[in-house]
Write a protein that binds this ligand. Structure first.
Ligand code: AMP
Length: 372
């Protein structure tokens, strides 16, 4: 029998029956859309989040509002759910360990989470499975930067090793004299220095792996960022056949190498010659996969729930081309206009308090038929 992937609690592969409870660590919009997908398949969800009235809690069967490492809340969470997943990658390792020790199946598991939480571990893993990425050097102190810049060359991008997202915790170094200020700008914390990748486009692949090792990948998406935040995704991306095949091979290597269960987002840089470098992985459903909600029979959220619950993975072939636009800050105030547009599929996250740049919702549009 196949060992449950990365599941040190090993509760077997039997499909989770409807009415079971799936635990979700994190209460944001990704958790919300996971909870909606789970409900559609007859599951209950229990959200653990420190935030009162979080977007996911508003649609879930139950919620626990507590710090992630609160032992009482974790014990209750473990008692309520048969399997648990995450909607953000920075779940502390001690939380995952505690849930596994309580007999909860975790998907993804501790190896995938630990790898994605640390940019050095992540890039070292990429190399170990033969996946290309930017040249990099670990930086522990400001004094490490001079030698690192000599090795990698300038300009180079300094990123915090841990807890960076949406372009936060990053500083460009164009010349050695900028090094000290850049290290201070990322909080003088352990960091990674990456060579600048001269990419032509940013792409991503959303792929899922089941407990038994089956993999299903959606076609590549093309992504545009503004101020470090995703603005627009177009899918399927117009790419060469060889690029699509390379993305599929990268996804296979990453998911298999981590003994991964669930949906993963893989951010890629496309080079002028069509070659792909991996920027980073997200061990969860991903903003660049939101287009699947309206252009695929089984979207990334249902796919993740299927994988986590030990159900068969669904088809990943889209039935239409799609464009996804994020609604940031007060852009979601135009909801009435989107609702009046018959071509727009509006997704709002139930958040109040539209800070500039905050992800409040998104709009999908189908932009054309796909050949059979
Ligand atoms: P990240 O937080 O690693 O996803 O980086 C945020 C954005 O910075 C990416 O979407 C890219 O646009 C850009 N970026 C990140 N790493 C590099 C790199 N090594 N070279 C050039 N641009 C980069």
């Amino acid at each position: 029998m196949t060992r449950p992937a990365d599941a040190t609690s090993g509760a077997g592969l039997a499909p989770l029956p409807p009415t079971s409870t799936i635990g979700i660590l994190g209460g944001g919009q990704l958790g919300r859309m996971l909870a909606l997908a789970a409900a559609r398949l007859g599951f209950d969800t229990c959200i653990l989040t420190p935030e009162e009235g979080a977007p996911a809690s508003r649609v879930a069967a139950s919620s626990l509002v507590a710090a992630y490492d609160d032992p009482v809340a974790l014990a209750e969470f473990a008692a309520r759910c048969q399997v648990a997943t995450v909607e953000f990658e920075n779940v502390p390792a001690r939380v995952v360990d505690r849930l596994l020790a309580a007999g909860v199946r975790m998907a993804p598991g501790p190896l995938a989470l630990a790898t994605a939480q640390d940019r050095i571990a992540e890039k070292t893993f990429f190399r170990s499975v033969g996946v290309d990425c930017a040249p990099f050097v670990a930086i522990d102190r400001a004094e490490d930067l001079a030698e690192a810049l000599e090795r990698i060359g300038a300009p180079a991008l300094l990123k915090t090793r841990r807890e960076g997202y949406d372009g936060k915790g990053q500083a460009w170094i164009r010349a050695p004299q900028e090094a000290e200020a850049a290290f201070a700008a990322v909080g003088a914390a352990p960091a990674i220095l990456e060579g600048r990748v001269e990419f032509v486009r940013e792409l991503s692949v959303i792929a899922a792996r089941s407990w038994s090792g089956e993999i299903a990948a959606y076609p590549l998406a093309e992504n545009t960022h503004e101020h470090g935040v995703l603005r627009r995704t177009v899918a399927p991306a117009a790419v060469r056949e060889t690029t699509a095949a390379a993305a599929r091979q990268i996804a296979d290597r990453l998911l298999t190498g981590l003994d991964y269960v669930g949906v993963m987002g893989v951010e890629l840089f496309e080079m002028a010659d069509g070659r792909l470098l991996v920027n980073e992985i997200a061990p969860r459903v991903h903003n660049t996969g939101h287009w699947t909600l309206d252009a695929c029979e089984v979207d990334q959220f249902e796919q993740h729930i299927r994988a986590v619950a030990g159900w068969p993975l669904g088809p990943t072939r889209p039935f239409a081309r799609a464009e996804m636009i994020n609604l940031l800050g007060d852009e979601a105030d135009a909801w009435a206009a989107y609702a009046a547009d018959p071509a727009a599929r509006l997704w709002l996250y139930g958040k109040s308090g539209a800070r500039p740049g905050r992800k409040m919702g998104h709009v999908n549009r189908l932009t054309g038929a796909l050949p059979d």
